[in-house]
Design a protein around this ligand. Structure first.
Ligand SMILES: [Zn+2]
Ligand SMILES: [Zn+2]
Length: 382
């Protein structure tokens, strides 16, 4: 009896041991069949994310035209609302301020529209095909073609792009050597533009959304009967609409309230809510992106090079060396080069006003800090 009880006590332990052994054996079996010396966590995550990369690469290109259409529609909606709601508001407040706001607003709009069109329509620049590229520093594994310095392969365009920064779905274009300036100026002018609308539409928006509607004379509809004053100053309710017709006078002369279309007030209210949401969201998103790209331009690098330079700095620091970005000529020169402010081009004509000047060089050859040190006369450089 005692022996049977002992065996029953042992049974769960033996069963667990057997399950554990079989599990370990299966795992070993699986490992021996799938062993790969190069397997690491990052490799596994790369393989796991491959379907997502495939989806992004293939569908970004297809969705591109819709993104561009969305940007155009949203910009047009914002401009229409400025005319429809903002213009009458400022005209009633001060005509001189309205002239000034119209001037600044149209200058911003002109720059936004021009730089967006140019950023989307200008080729970022590709290495020449079937030609000897003496500048090439490596081979693109995907194009099986020589790659000049600063060139990177875009998996959405499926092409190598000169001085590639990134692929922008909102432009349906790659941002690179040929259109980098347009892309940056588009972001900058759009951020300033929405800030302009927020500043000069703030009072109007605040009154309508949170205040009593002051300065918004059409928001509150008149309630009750229309009235008129008789000669002794008493208010006489107008109950018959033919009061307008009886004396053969038009309503204005009669001093009777003119019937208004109040349905447009609800639409204007919705438009102001839309403006508040879209402009604040754009300011945060594009403002942050503009700030990030400004810091990249100041350091003379692209978005891709920022990652490369960071890892190179770390790698060389571990060896006790310092890394020098070969395309960083100092903040002032980096900006001048980026904006193309060389050969007597000026801020006034080439940055503050739309300018179609081409970027420096050919996108294949890049001068480095070492070349710069070799040049004595600073005048040859921006
Ligand atoms: Zn390539
Ligand atoms: Zn691309």
């Amino acid at each position: 009896m005692g022996r049977i009880r002992w065996r029953l006590k042992e049974f769960p332990k033996k069963l667990l041991d057997s399950i554990r052994f079989r599990c370990q054996y299966s795992m070993q079996c699986l490992r021996s069949l799938t062993y790969n010396h190069h397997m690491s966590q990052s490799y596994a995550s790369d393989v796991g994310l491959e379907p997502i990369f495939w989806f992004v690469d293939n569908f970004t290109h297809l969705l591109g035209p819709f993104f561009v259409f969305a940007v155009v529609c949203l910009t047009a909606a914002v401009v229409i609302i400025c005319y429809w709601v903002g213009l009458p508001y400022w005209w009633n407040k001060s005509q001189n301020t309205t002239y000034f706001l119209m001037l600044v607003g149209h200058w911003l709009l002109w720059n936004v529209a021009y730089n967006f069109y140019k950023a989307a329509a200008t080729s970022p620049g590709y290495p020449p095909e079937k030609e000897l590229i003496v500048e090439a520093v490596s081979i693109c594994k995907k194009c099986i073609a020589p790659k000049p310095p600063r060139t990177h392969h875009c998996s959405v365009c499926n092409k190598c792009v000169l001085k590639m920064d990134h692929h922008c779905p909102w432009l349906n274009n790659c941002v690179g050597y040929g259109n980098h300036r347009y892309f940056f100026l588009y972001m900058l002018y759009t951020s300033v533009g929405v800030l302009f609308i927020i500043c000069f539409g703030f009072e109007l928006g605040w009154n309508v959304l949170f205040g009593d509607g002051a300065g918004w004379n059409e928001v509150e509809p008149l309630h009750g009967h229309p009235v008129r004053f008789n000669l002794s100053g008493h208010i006489i309710p107008v109950t018959e609409m033919n009061d307008y017709i009886d004396d053969g006078l038009v309503p204005a002369q009669h001093d009777l309230p003119v019937p208004q279309d109040y349905s447009s007030n609800a639409a204007k209210h919705r438009a102001i809510v839309f403006m508040a949401l879209i402009n604040v969201a754009t300011l945060f998103a594009l403002g942050a992106l503009t700030a990030w790209h400004s810091s990249l331009i100041t350091r003379g690098e692209t978005s891709i090079e920022a990652h490369i330079n960071k890892s190179e700095t770390k790698r060389l620091a571990a060896l006790g060396k310092t890394y020098q970005n070969p395309y960083d000529f100092g903040p002032k020169r980096n900006w001048k080069l980026f904006l193309g402010l060389v050969r007597k081009r000026t801020w006034w004509w080439n940055v503050l006003l739309p300018s179609g000047h081409k970027p420096e060089g050919n996108g294949l050859t890049w001068l480095t800090v070492n070349d710069f040190r070799a040049i004595d006369g600073e005048d040859e450089w921006p």
